[in-house]
Design a protein around this ligand. Structure first.
Ligand code: ARG
Length: 479
């Protein structure tokens, strides 16, 4: 996410890691003898990826320390020393000089160890009435809440690009498809706005997921709560979280809010993959409906004529990894007994990857959509002679009292005649028409003209220009 360190930044070769660090004990291995956990450490460490939670972790620690002092659990001078130390730690992160140590397996232990190095043994009081189990859950709640807002803002960017193209499309008309066959003509703006409204629901889902994330687990401690006179509500309020968990065991083992976010992101990526596929199709010689800007296309290393819609292809493909993140975490959480288990550490890479991927896809697609050139002349050409107005000939007959099935058969016979003879329905004589059905005349056939077909679809949400204008206005309001 913006401003966060990447998940795979190296740290082991960091010059600030003391050469003998790997033999160190780690700050939490109280129960273990010298060298305890050494074999486990490399496998269990999460610092390579959870380092990007440093901001959430520092915010949580600050709120925790202030609460401890307000409750008389820490003295004011202890609070001041720890807060000053946390500030110094934050500055090290900002400057990129924070000395990560691999044997402090995660971000929580790294920060606590560094704090103690900076302020002395009082730093060890930070962890009073807290466990890493509620601490890491809090960090993830804060991360997910922020991530939902960031992805939603990026989705809004794509909505704006779609709406901009829809507004510029004016009254342009294109084939509407079912089964990837020409079905009925539709407004270009109508087509583009369908994606706008998908993204609107995606943003609602993200807002909903953020609401579930908007709760603080701090105070659950390891699982059972804390014997100290803590005030979890104060911590939640200071962090801008809407409430606290009702049940401490649920608080430390709940990852629903991550799953829900990944589910929302997966559905979002379904939508962006569908849009991407259309952009790929539209960029082909066969369709020719859109021309990607050079900035969003790539060439070929062998075929000089190639202009590939790579951005759309990759955006389409990246949906798969987000689904994988969701499936993986569902499988991780399935069947876990209460309460915290290290399995839950697996939530992070899945969550980070899905969020990063969604942000990258949305940003790239927004740029591609905003800058592509639509070709309404090609769309109009594609409609020539495609017989996609014939539903309306059947409707015209039906309005004259012909049962719709009979009218449909007559229009079908008309379609066959035109397709076989290469003629336009409007080229047929009154006689030829009446041979197909006694009530079929040139007036009924005129209903099949593209502009008439489009204008006739005045039902709510339909493709008639005045209905599309309503959708455009609604879309503007929703942004
Ligand atoms: N690194 C762990 C995680 O990401 C946090 C520590 C949880 N507590 C524990 N005793 N291992 O979930």
């Amino acid at each position: 996410m913006t401003g966060s360190p990447g998940p795979h930044e190296p740290f082991e070769g960091d010059p600030q890691v003391p050469p003998d660090a790997a033999r160190g004990q780690g700050v939490h291995a109280a129960r273990l003898g010298a060298g305890g956990g050494a074999a486990a450490r490399a496998f269990t460490a999460s610092i390579a990826f959870d380092r990007r939670l440093y901001r959430e972790d520092l915010a949580g620690s600050r709120a925790h320390v202030r609460m401890l002092a307000a409750q008389g659990i820490l003295r004011p001078d202890e609070e001041a020393a720890i807060l000053a130390g946390l500030l110094a730690v934050e500055e090290e992160f900002a400057r990129g000089t924070f000395p990560f140590r691999a044997e402090d397996e995660d971000i929580h232990l790294n920060i606590e160890r560094r704090l103690t190095e900076l302020v002395g043994p009082v730093g060890g009081k930070l962890h009073t009435a807290r466990s890493r189990n509620d601490q890491v859950a809090l960090d993830m709640h804060l991360f997910v809440k922020r991530a939902c807002a960031e992805v939603s803002a990026a989705a809004r960017g794509l909505q704006e690009a779609l709406l901009g193209q829809a507004e510029r499309a004016g009254g342009a008309v294109m084939p509407g498809f079912t089964h990837l066959q020409h079905a009925q003509p539709v407004g270009v703006a109508h087509h583009l706005l369908a994606y706008f409204f998908m993204l609107h629901r995606d943003r609602q889902r993200l807002a909903d997921a953020a609401r579930r994330a908007d709760v603080s687990p701090l105070g659950a401690a390891a699982l059972a709560g804390s014997p100290y006179p803590i005030d979890p509500g104060r911590v939640a309020a200071e962090l801008g979280l809407g409430g606290v968990y009702a049940n401490s065991m649920d608080a430390v083992s709940d990852r629903d809010f991550v799953l829900e976010t990944l589910a929302a992101l997966s559905i979002l990526l379904v939508h962006t993959s569908r849009l991407s596929e259309e952009l790929v199709l539209w960029s082909t010689r066969e369709f020719g409906f859109a021309v990607p800007d050079d900035a969003y296309a790539t060439g070929s290393s062998i075929m000089p004529q190639k202009k590939n819609p790579d951005v759309a292809e990759l955006a389409r493909g990246k949906a798969g990894r987000v689904f994988g993140d969701l499936m993986g975490l569902l499988a991780t959480c399935k069947g876990l007994p209460l309460a915290y288990h290290s399995d839950l550490q697996e939530d992070k890479e899945a969550c980070f990857d899905a969020v990063d991927t969604a942000l990258a896809v949305l940003t790239a697609l927004a740029g591609m959509v905003a800058t592509m050139r639509l070709r309404p002349e090609r769309m109009a050409e594609a409609l020539q002679g495609d017989l996609s107005g014939l539903t309306d000939v059947a409707d015209a007959l039906a309005r004259r009292g012909v049962p719709f099935r009979e009218a449909h058969a007559a229009a079908g016979a008309l379609a066959r005649l035109c397709a076989e003879s290469g003629r336009d329905p409007e080229d047929l004589s009154a006689e030829e028409l009446s041979r197909l059905h006694p009530l079929l005349d040139r007036g009924a056939v005129a209903a099949a003209r593209t502009e008439n077909v489009v204008a006739a679809r005045r039902s709510p949400g339909g493709t008639a220009p005045e209905r599309v204008a309503e959708q455009l206005a609604l879309a503007r309001r929703l942004l």
